[in-house]
Design a protein around this ligand. Structure first.
Ligand code: 6GU
Length: 244
């Protein structure tokens, strides 16, 4: 899959994406991640890419022309208009289902804003999706773009090894992951739950399922409403909530 990230800070984005699993997948040729410097497309003789907003107000806006020309350079190269995601706190909040769906694309353009935003007219021309990564404000779209590339890439076939793909399920059933333990059997006076050492796979599975449900009830009750639970499991949650 090919990612084209339109940004004023190409180094920031590339530095964050050349390591670990995403870096390995890029080396293998499963991913192509490219940052395009919007400043390279300005026609201003001082390489300026921003200006004051009409009507006044705080801060500067990124101007339409360099953003459009940076986008057009990608479109001309790939020969069609791929989906173009603008990272903005005004977008719909990114979710695992969207990561999965965007992983089906061959090419994806990610547009990172800075300053107070981007001239609305170019957004109307090029943006297909407005995406936020949560209800808080960041200084720019670069970190959100990196979040999207990571979340989407791990859904691209081959990016995760078999060992790694186990953790794909965590949010899909709307249940959080159960707690996990590795060696030693006792650390800092704390023992690994005995059932995990029992070798009884059915019991281990049942325990993990129960832990997932309890953890979700405690930490993300909003998710639990969407989870597929048996009647028995729902009753168990009620019992636990009453006990605590
Ligand atoms: Cl996508 N951009 C910015 N600037 N801030 C954000 C965000 C995006 N998502 C949450 N906060």
């Amino acid at each position: 899959m090919n990612f084209y990230i339109l940004t004023l800070f190409p180094d920031m984005v590339m530095q964050g994406l050349n390591t670990s699993i995403i870096g390995r997948a890029s080396e293998k040729g499963l991913l192509h991640i490219e940052a395009i410097n919007i400043r390279d497309y300005t026609k201003d003789k001082h390489k300026k890419v921003d200006d004051y907003p009409y009507g006044g107000g705080a801060g500067m806006l990124m101007q339409a022309q360099p953003v459009y020309d940076a986008w057009k350079s990608v479109v001309d190269r790939v020969g069609y208009q791929p989906r173009c995601v603008y990272l903005t706190p005004q977008g719909s909040v990114f979710h695992q289902t969207q990561a999965k769906s965007l992983a089906q694309e061959k090419d994806l353009i990610l547009l990172c804003g800075h300053y107070e935003g981007i001239d609305e007219r170019v957004l109307e021309e090029i943006v297909t999706d407005y995406v936020s990564i949560g209800d808080y404000v960041l200084t720019g779209g670069e970190l959100p773009a990196m979040v999207l590339v990571d979340a989407i890439s791990r859904m691209v076939p081959g990016v995760l090894t078999n060992d790694e793909s186990g953790c794909t399920e965590s949010l899909e059933g709307n249940l959080l992951e159960y707690p996990q333990y590795s060696r030693p059997e006792e650390w800092n006076g704390k023992k690994v739950p005995a059932i995990l050492l029992s070798g009884d796979h059915a019991k281990v599975d049942a325990w993990r399922r129960q832990q997932s449900i309890l953890r979700t009830a405690e930490r993300r009750p909003d998710l639990l409403e969407k989870a597929q639970l048996t009647e028995k499991e729902r009753i168990q949650i009620q019992k636990n909530l009453q006990e605590n």
